[in-house]
Ligand binder design. Structure first.
Ligand code: UD1
Ligand code: CA
Length: 493
């Protein structure tokens, strides 16, 4: 069956959201790595509609700025001084170019609503040739919500009465208006022209459209959702946390059902946008944030945070903090590793314990195994950096680039002072300070020869624990070695 497509979705986001007690507009607060508004827009996008319109007013510039960043396909409609959801939709309609068809109205602060529910709503609406279809839910405590007035047959809807305008009998109704609707576009335009502000809140109520459409002879129905959380809005930070927890639970469940092992869901946080391949294992204490993507058969964790990071198939990432990094197939990272933006680790490469990297492109099979800093550098395939190698990229004023070729062996504790190039197949001795380019195949060493000053600590550190320890060791050595080996020992020095 073809899924019917609405001609437009109008997302209301003009309200003040005062109960958040926040300098940030409500719809810009985030759960699972996305603003409430972006969650709402994603559901709208999932209907494949031609036009999405966001109605804004409160903190307009910040909301519009956010939209420009994350959803520049969305049309902006400004609500004027006339308050209420009816006016908001009327302003939104000014941006809708279609003349007929189905228009959906949703809220920018209802994050769990999904595209499937919106598609079901459009299908139900068009199947019955309805003028209005309102999405409803039954909830135990309907305080504050508009109540659904069903006609005696129970099929049609007579109208919606707002909590503040309801009488005692109406207040007892537990079927509530979610605020999400499918409208026939022509009916909506016409009815909105006839709505006033004569009610308890002095606002233009969108809910009044239902009774008007019915009086005009249109079919007005309700689609009751079993999943009341889908239509729950965020009004304060308590609800923000509750709906955030519920969304998180749903995201984790979706990944598990798609074939990802989450060893400990209780300590696993996965943002809405994250993708994970089949048979990947996520160990306890892992946060996969932003636009992170993980391939198949990978192992992540324990205790890792990956932000906007791509991990390819069969890679392993242990106790790592990574931001805007790319980790190749079968590569290994960690433990205790910090990957900063611009780190690209090639297939089968390794960045090991206590290493930090930034703007570093590390070739296939190349290894940075222990205690290193690599910044603004390129490392060729098959190269190995000895333990504690440091790429000194910053001279205090400027950052410079270091290029290390293929199959290079950098000796332990080398310092590469950028800008510097080490040619393919070159070596540096342990402890080398590389200040000039090293040609391919060359060995660079600059360590001075070792001097031994006998008894130095006994003289210069007399009385210290070190001096006492040395004295004891020397005395012990003499008593053991003197009888037959004394002369030989002397010669060995
Ligand atoms: C509205 C409904 C109510 C429903 C409830 C569900 C009306 C008259 N009432 O109530 O039946 O049960 O939602 O949550 O529609 N908004 C604007 N411009 C405005 C006013 C609101 O864009 O002038 C936006 C808000 O940003 C919000 C949404 O519309 O996203 C709902 O506003 P809110 O004030 O929460 O609606 P209620 O009066 O609670
Ligand atoms: Ca209100």
């Amino acid at each position: 069956m073809n899924v019917p497509v609405p001609v437009a979705v109008i997302v209301l986001a003009a309200g003040a959201g005062t109960r958040m007690r926040s300098k940030t507009p409500k719809v810009l607060h985030e759960i699972c790595g996305r603003s409430l508004l972006l969650h709402a827009l994603d559901a709208a996008r999932g209907t494949h509609t031609d036009q999405i319109v966001a109605v804004v007013r409160h903190e307009r510039e910040r909301v519009v700025g956010h939209l420009a960043d994350v959803a520049d396909d969305v049309l902006i409609a400004d609500q004027d001084d006339i308050p209420g959801t009816g006016r908001a939709v009327q302003c939104g309609l000014d941006r809708v170019s279609a003349e007929s068809g189905t228009v959906l109205v949703t809220y920018g602060d209802v994050p769990l609503l999904d595209a499937q529910t919106l598609q079901d709503l459009v299908a139900e609406h068009e199947e019955h040739g309805s003028a209005v279809t309102v999405l409803t839910a039954r909830i135990a405590d309907p305080t504050g919500y508009g109540r659904i007035l069903r006609d005696p047959s129970g099929q049609g809807v007579l109208g919606i009465v707002e909590h503040k305008d309801a009488d005692a009998d109406q207040l007892a109704i537990t079927e509530i208006n979610s605020g999400i609707y499918a409208f026939d576009l022509a009916v909506l335009r016409s009815a909105l022209q006839r709505i006033g502000t004569d009610n308890a809140q002095g606002e233009m109520y969108l809910t009044d459209v239902l009774a008007i459409a019915r009086e005009d002879g249109g079919i007005v129905r309700a689609l009751l959702t079993e999943d009341a959380l889908l239509v729950e809005g965020v009004n304060d930070r308590v609800q923000l946390a509750q709906l955030g927890a519920e969304m998180r639970r749903r995201i984790l469940e979706r990944h598990m059902r798609a074939g990802v092992t989450l060893v400990d869901p209780a300590t696993t946080w996965i943002d809405a946008e994250v993708s994970i391949g089949q048979d990947t294992i996520i160990r306890p204490g892992v946060q996969l944030l932003g636009a992170t993507s993980i391939g198949e058969d990978a192992e992540i964790g324990p205790d890792s945070t990956l932000i906007d990071t791509d991990v390819a198939d069969r890679a392993s990432v242990v106790r790592t903090h990574a931001n805007l990094a790319v980790i190749g197939e079968e590569a290994t990272v960690g433990p205790f590793t910090y990957l900063r933006p611009g780190t690209e680790l090639g297939a089968r490469g390794k960045i090991g314990g206590f290493c930090e990297t930034k703007n570093a492109v590390i070739g296939e099979g190349a290894k940075v195994p222990h205690l290193s800093y690599v910044g603004d550098a390129e490392i060729g395939e098959g190269t190995n950096l000895g333990a504690a190698t440091i790429v000194a990229n910053y001279d205090g004023v400027h950052k410079h680039r270091t290029v290390i070729g293929k199959h290079v062996h950098v000796g332990a504790d080398s310092v590469l002072i950028a800008p510097v190039t080490i040619g393919d197949g070159a070596d540096t001795g342990a402890g080398t300070t590389v200040r000039a380019d090293v040609p391919p195949g060359a060995l660079a060493v600059n360590a001075t020869s070792m001097r031994i000053m006998e008894g130095w600590s006994l003289q210069r550190r007399a009385g210290t624990a070190a001096a006492q320890a040395a004295e004891a060791a020397l005395a012990n050595q003499q008593s053991v070695t003197r009888p037959e080996q004394g002369a030989e020992e002397e010669g060995n020095r």
